[in-house]
Design a binder for this molecule. Structure first.
Ligand SMILES: Cc1cc2nc3c(=O)[nH]c(=O)nc-3n(C[C@H](O)[C@H](O)[C@H](O)COP(=O)(O)O)c2cc1C
Length: 209
């Protein structure tokens, strides 16, 4: 009996030691490494995104620098499948037979947000730098999502639809403050692809001495 007890204690101690020594599942990346590793994701798993993770992403968004700390933005997180499917059902007839329809309505099409199970909308107050503030916030959210194992894709394509007659009920349901304009949507979910980095043109950068 005593031997069994000692064996159990030794095994447990060894397991705890192994656990502490085990490398982390995800290698730690610096912010710069994360900036270069993030990609726009256009295929998602059906797995829903936890509210707590969506909240963490949204909070990273509003931590962004913004002109005079006016926080001239409104952030709306949608993870209702009913809302996403309803919006998509209204959207599809508006693009059928158009180049955008041909581009988007592929056999694997599930929804207008690149088939993501959740979407974050960002709208700007009508003030000088609000658009810039909202842009900066987008990258904060996409990098935070990346750290949480989520994929994202910034989407401008839903904006004209949301501002159209067909999209208006959905825009109104976002309950934006008066005068705010929708800037973009961010599709968000667990990624189901690992795309290559798109090249960047470093000649866009010039030092002025
Ligand atoms: C303001 C904005 C609007 C975008 N709109 C769309 C869109 O409507 N559909 C889409 O698939 N990707 C959209 N994108 C994603 C870009 O296509 C993508 O960021 C770009 O090709 C670079 O690829 P990367 O994000 O993987 O580096 C948008 C990105 C931004 C910043």
């Amino acid at each position: 009996m005593k031997e069994i007890l000692i064996t159990v204690i030794l095994c447990a101690t060894a397991l705890i030691g192994l656990r502490l020594a085990a490398p982390k599942a995800e290698p730690q990346q610096s912010v710069i490494e994360a900036i270069h590793a993030r990609r726009s994701i256009r295929q998602y798993k059906d797995t829903p995104v936890e509210d707590s993770k969506l909240m963490e992403v949204a909070k990273a968004g509003i931590a962004a620098p913004n002109a005079m700390n006016r926080q001239a933005w409104a952030v709306r997180v949608v993870n209702s499948r009913e809302w996403i499917d309803g919006c998509t059902a209204a959207f599809v007839p508006t693009v059928q037979g158009t180049p955008m329809g041909e581009h988007l309505l592929t056999p694997d099409f599930k929804n207008m947000f690149r088939n993501a199970p959740a979407v974050i909308f960002v709208a700007a107050e009508p003030s000088l730098f609000a658009g810039v503030d909202c842009g900066i916030m987008a990258q904060n959210m996409m990098l935070a999502a990346y750290e949480l194992g989520l994929g994202t894709c910034c989407l401008g394509s839903p904006v004209p639809f949301m501002n159209s007659d067909a999209g208006k009920p959905f825009l109104q349901s976002l309950n934006l403050p008066d005068g705010y304009t929708l800037q973009y949507a961010i599709a968000i979910g667990y990624p189901d692809q690992n795309p290559e980095a798109k090249p960047r043109d470093e000649s866009k950068i010039q030092f002025v001495k």
